[in-house]
Write a protein that binds this ligand. Structure first.
Ligand SMILES: [Zn+2]
Length: 72
């Protein structure tokens, strides 16, 4: 018998958890903006899907110049 699938509510990422995350590409710090984690050094943005960061380099978005400027 299958267990019913329950979808956990989307939660904001815990800052302490976030502090443990590093960019898998350059091991640099990540900056949370909206629903993505941005690695400024390598200009990759990792999407957070259902509260879980997708840390796959090949699925990360490129950060544009404008986005990079907005990260501070
Ligand atoms: Zn990086």
């Amino acid at each position: 018998m299958n267990q019913p699938q329950t979808t956990p509510p989307a939660q904001p990422l815990d800052p302490e958890f976030l502090a443990l995350l590093a960019c898998p590409q350059c091991k640099g710090a990540l900056v949370l903006r909206e629903n993505r984690l941005h690695g400024k050094a390598c200009r990759l943005a990792y999407r957070i899907e259902d509260g879980i960061p997708n840390m796959l380099i090949e699925e990360a978005d490129r950060i544009t110049d404008a986005e990079l400027a907005g990260l501070g």
